[in-house]
Design a protein around this ligand. Structure first.
Ligand SMILES: Cc1cc2nc3c(=O)[nH]c(=O)nc-3n(C[C@H](O)[C@H](O)[C@H](O)COP(=O)(O)OP(=O)(O)OC[C@H]3O[C@@H](n4cnc5c(N)ncnc54)[C@H](O)[C@@H]3O)c2cc1C
Length: 482
């Protein structure tokens, strides 16, 4: 054992301190569980949540089916119908819960149709700041033990593969902390920082994708990423291909992510997930406001499900200690005094490759070129070393963006069509039949694999025109389901 590991215990462990994580922590605490929340940023004031426009899906009672139809139509019918129904049926109550905790929200206009509400806050006060403050204060009142400055670098599992906690790096003390938990919820946000151009804050590096993959969970729809791009430039971009995009547009939101069921459970026992780190709900594009709705509804459900699961843990304390120390030892193998290639050089190379070859508009040649460049970098990424324990957090971020980009570009090669925010200049139209599948990414023998799986329900073949466009879509009751 190279370095000491501080061991702590809780019933439910939440990783991530923004909307999805705080929703989960509040719900688990309300259901009577002991909850610890670890976040590399400040709970309530970190992640993309801090920068929101403040719009969240709002559904008048009785309009749930219409909301489902709009979400599925907008996502090119790739969104999982059962997850979409859960969102539509629960968003009303979830919003009311938020209002009950002290957050004022206004529906934008009186309407009997689904729409967005806006967080109502004093002028010049950031909406994300207020939202996070309300959620974090409520969690503190409910007794959630919130820890800032802890970056999780690995999930811990027993011999049977069941997740039993996580290993984190305490960034200030530069030491390891391992938390044993009955249930662990990953709510670490998306990975748009994997692209050289993006509107997400630092730290949005898709850490949870890699944590979950390495623990045996699968990812879904990783090729589906929401890019902001001027609508007026869209047609030219689609005609001329990746080389015209250059300096315009930004990566905004990961539609794909960890595959979950209706309660936020992954296929790995003891491991749940919520928020932007998850995928499969929205499909190839999203309605404005639906990202926050997803965090809130599925965060609350994952928290409740975790509290109702087995919270006592399945491994003995001494066994857990061995698991944690072994994981810390393998992290310590990445420590060395003199370090060759600097982390930021590698990070820049990955992010540039992602933007140029796997950004707003893709085609086969650029994707292949990007994948070749990534596979060439593979040994470098594997052998990266850092000087001290606290740097391991940055190392995990670089590995995370590397695998997020690799997964997204491998999956993008398979999708030979254009749909929603997924644009291929060599296949500029939707292919209703060949495109009706979802991509699944999993870890096998230390390698990432991507396969295509049929959709859970038949995709309608003669329905509304499939939406293609940049950024988030608005509700459209004239041309779409009404
Ligand atoms: C500029 C901008 C405006 C937006 N506006 C809207 C809007 O108006 N409406 C809407 O619906 N959506 C909006 N979105 C999208 C929405 O904000 C995000 O999808 C949502 O906030 C994600 O919340 P989250 O809790 O899943 O993750 P995040 O808010 O990204 O939080 C992730 C949390 O996990 C922590 N974390 C990450 N990695 C680790 C790790 N390894 N260990 C420990 N902790 C970790 C972070 O510190 C943070 O606390 C916007 C996004 C952006 C960038």
């Amino acid at each position: 054992m190279d370095r000491p590991v501080r061991i702590e215990r809780t019933e439910v462990l939440v990783i991530g301190g923004a909307l999805a994580g705080l929703a989960a922590a509040n719900a688990a605490a309300d259901a009577g569980a002991g909850v610890m929340l670890m976040s590399k940023g400040k709970p309530g004031h970190s992640g993309s949540t801090l920068y929101i426009g403040g719009y969240i899906t709002w559904c008048p009672p009785g309009q749930e089916q219409l909301l489902c139809d709009q979400i599925r139509w907008t996502g090119g019918y790739l969104g999982d119908p059962s997850l979409v129904s859960v969102l539509a049926e629960n968003i009303n109550e979830a919003n009311q819960r938020l209002v009950g905790w002290g957050l004022a929200m206004n529906a934008l206009a009186p309407t009997d149709k689904p729409t967005v509400a806006e967080v109502d806050c004093p002028p010049r006060q950031p909406k994300g700041y207020l939202l996070g403050k309300v959620m974090a204060e409520r969690a503190a009142q409910q007794g959630v033990d919130m820890r800032a400055g802890l970056s999780v670098v690995a999930l811990l599992a027993g011999e049977d593969g069941e997740v039993c906690g996580a290993l984190a790096v305490d960034n200030e003390a530069s030491e390891f902390v391992a938390v044993q938990a009955g249930q662990t919820i990953v709510a670490t946000g998306g990975g748009a920082r994997a692209f050289a151009r993006c509107d997400n804050p630092r730290g949005t590096t898709g850490d949870g994708f890699l944590l979950a993959l390495e623990a045996g969970a699968s990812l879904v729809d990783m090729e589906l990423i929401n890019f902001n791009y001027e609508y007026s430039d869209m047609e030219a971009a689609l005609e001329r291909g990746p080389s015209v995009v250059g300096e315009r547009g930004t990566a905004h939101y990961f539609l794909g992510g960890i595959k979950i069921d209706e309660y936020g459970r992954t296929r790995v026992p003891g491991l749940l997930a919520a928020g932007e780190v998850t995928g499969g709900l929205l499909g190839a594009a999203r309605l404005g406001g639906s990202a926050l709705a997803e965090c809130l509804v599925f965060g609350l459900r994952a928290g409740e499900a975790a509290a109702l699961g087995s919270v006592d843990g399945t491994v003995e304390a001494d066994v857990f200690q061995t698991i944690a120390e072994t994981a810390a030892d393998s992290q310590c193998a990445k420590l060395a005094a003199g370090v060759g290639e600097t982390l930021s050089d590698v990070s820049n190379r990955i992010r540039q490759t992602a933007w140029v070859c796997g950004g707003v508009v893709k085609d086969e040649a650029y994707l292949r070129r990007g994948l070749d460049a990534l596979y060439e970098l593979s040994e470098t990424v594997d052998s990266l070393q850092v000087a001290q324990v606290s740097d391991l957090s940055q190392l995990h971020e670089i590995r995370s963006i590397y695998f997020a980009v690799l997964a997204s570009m491998e999956a993008a090669c398979l999708r030979r069509e254009t749909r929603g925010n997924f644009w291929r200049s060599d296949f500029p139209s939707p292919d209703r039949e060949a495109g009706a599948y979802r991509s699944i990414v999993f870890w096998n023998d230390g390698r990432l694999r991507v396969v295509q799986r049929p959709l859970p329900a038949e995709m309608p073949l003669n329905d509304y025109p499939i939406r293609i466009g940049p950024g988030c879509f608005g509700y459209d009751f004239s041309n779409g389901p009404r």
